[in-house]
Design a binder for this molecule. Structure first.
Ligand code: KG4
Ligand code: ZN
Length: 332
């Protein structure tokens, strides 16, 4: 059954067609607004909504065309309804609702964080729950027990900022264009990961939680004091030390989560799952715990509609349909 997926929760407008049963991607068009937001050093919600409106019809045609299908072939429409920027979400939700209503196609609402995890089903069509999932993105950092396709129990999460936001913040301060995550990833290879002493984002105690505000402040204080001394900033050392502290914290809590729960399967997904240091570190702790790791390819880590369609397929199978009263929500 073909699912048309739609994603507009932040700064990527994306429409995709997948085959739900075989988990095959027929098309996955992603129109990024990053160049526009870069001028402001971050996502401007009002601009994001307007850009989604301009793009969404065009890329819907493109997604159908490049899949070689028409709207009559579509069995269900899946749309990200939460969480995200409310104005941006409303564009996708309203568009999907109108299309579903006018063509009498079943509509399913998808949670964006669960959609990130669903990218793993596309990466490995044999993957089945239960597994542990570390979802790390610009807005989220959580460890879930995924007990079936639609049931996610949070066992750890950030108490403040998300890992992606923490990378972007330091990236910006050391002169990387928005979003800084990918650039910081590369630069970290050129620096000394032991150069800076930074507090760990892994919270102490018997929990699987994180806090990124402390490491952000410590890195900012270091950068400001170096600037005041008038010396040259060693941005590679900053990138390497910062990345190591963040990655070690995420890996440490996943290690505890795997050994505590006994799961032998792990999924790493979300925009920050593109980070090469994190991929390697989570790979290591999975080996140590005898667990299989599924990480989507980079193209499915960032926001895209194929993952939304995949999550939507499971909503369809569970007959969890939405009516024309469907609304977007900024929250989880
Ligand atoms: O999942 P995503 O596309 O959007 C949200 O749902 O938030 O994640 C975007 C985040 C940004 O913070 C970006 O800097 C980060 O993913 N990111 C990375 C890398 N590539 C993207 N962070 C670290 N290393 C990377 N290679
Ligand atoms: Zn995302």
């Amino acid at each position: 059954m073909l699912i048309l997926g739609m994603e507009s929760s932040c700064d990527e407008t994306s429409v995709a067609v997948i085959d739900g049963e075989t988990r095959k991607i027929l098309s996955n068009i992603v129109a990024s607004q990053v160049d526009v937001h870069r001028l402001y050093g971050g996502v401007v919600p009002e601009i994001a909504s307007r850009a989604h409106i301009e793009t969404i019809s065009k890329i819907t045609y493109e997604a159908l065309d490049s899949a070689g299908v028409t709207i009559s072939d579509i069995g269900a429409i899946a749309v990200t309804a939460n969480p995200g920027l409310i104005g941006a979400l409303l564009v996708g939700v309203n568009f999907a609702k109108s299309l579903a209503f006018s063509r009498n196609i079943p509509l399913v609402a998808v949670n964006h964080v669960k959609a990130h995890a669903a990218a793993a089903y596309l990466a490995d069509p044999t993957l089945e729950p239960p597994f542990l999932a570390l979802i790390v993105s610009g807005g989220h950092t959580s460890i879930f027990e995924v007990t079936d396709h639609r049931t996610f129990n949070t066992i750890g999460s950030t108490r403040d900022d998300a890992a992606g936001e923490a990378f972007d913040k330091i990236g910006r301060v050391i002169g990387m264009p928005y979003p800084g995550g990918a650039a910081l990833d590369k630069l970290a290879y050129e620096g000394d990961p032991t150069a800076l002493k930074l507090p760990s984002p892994a919270l102490l105690g018997d929990n699987l939680d994180f806090s990124f505000s402390g490491i952000k402040t410590a890195a900012l204080n270091y950068i400001n004091s170096e600037k005041m001394k008038g010396g040259e900033l060693n941005t590679a050392d900053i990138a390497a030390s910062y990345t190591k502290a963040v990655v070690d914290a995420l890996a440490k809590k996943c290690d505890i989560a795997l050994s505590r729960t006994g799961y032998r399967r792990m999924v790493l997904a979300g925009g920050v799952a593109a980070n090469s240091h994190l991929r390697a570190a989570i790979g290591k702790i999975c080996d140590k715990n005898g667990a299989d790791l599924t990480v989507p390819p980079i193209s499915l880590c960032g926001d895209n509609a194929a993952m939304v369609a995949m999550a939507g397929y499971f909503e369809y199978v569970a007959e969890c349909f939405s009516g024309t009263e469907l609304n977007a929500s900024a929250n989880d």
